[in-house]
Design a protein around this ligand. Sequence first.
Ligand code: PMP
Length: 306
Amino acid sequence: MDQNLHAYFEGKIVPFGDAKISIATHALNYGTAAFAGIRGYWNADQKKLFLFRPLEHYKRFLQAAKILMMNFPQTPESLTQITIDLLKADGWEQDIYVRPLCYKADPGIGVRLHDLRDEISIFATAFGSYGKNEDGAHVTISSWRRVDDNVIPPRGKISGSYANSALIKTDAIRAGFDEALVLDQNGHVSEGTAMNVFMVRDGVLITPPIYENILEGITRRTVIDLARQELGLQVVERSIDRTETFLADELFLTGTAAQVMVVTRVDHRQVGDGKPGPITLKLRELFNDVVHGKMKKYSHWNVAVE
Ligand code: PMP
């Protein structure tokens, strides 16, 4: 990390290198932490950095904290303000990614959630594209299963559950794929390693519902709104079977890091005609316009760092 960067750590903005924790930290040993991931887009015309939907990200972050029995006085608004102060201290003039983390901060042995000190840290890093963003990705259906709400709740970005995503991702990459879709315990498609999934069948946009062991994605919600409001599409939240991904006309993944990622092959089968489909391309274009603050109607989602 750059010497001039900062971190929010134990209630203060400090030089990045001063934000250090012990190897005995509970969260490091037991995965008792939750994180967020927020993109900041640099607007060269306005010479300003804009965070995309930070309030929604922090709302979900505090919900994950609640699941882990953490109590913070912060609100989505106060955390957004801290983030703005941090980013101003860093002085970014490029696209970035912000990583807030809430964690069980006490050192020591003993797995539990209660009677432990909770802390929040935040840092930012330079960030471009993530994964295969330009042409279509080739995904596999993972042999791993998605963590279940009754195992480690996937509706919060709980650190420990990302061992599941890491197992899925590395198997996929090492087998020559770009990404993987993972099935839940019932055999339905849940999501990717860090992305929600959408398919188009007969002009209808379909995505798994939030009770199907997915993260309640903010990009997912954004794309649903854009599909309905800008394209007049019917959007249906329902279970997706594995083989439907082979038969879909279009398939894509959404996430803060991945943005809108087109999928053109699933386990060596072409999706549609093997080229990025028209609905996906339109949604990707709309999404890019919205995150870059080019659509006035949605400018309340772009929070300026000023
Ligand atoms: N699913 C998982 C497992 C993720 O980690 C992410 C990335 N945060 C997503 C979906 C997409 O969520 P969002 O659009 O809020 O970034």
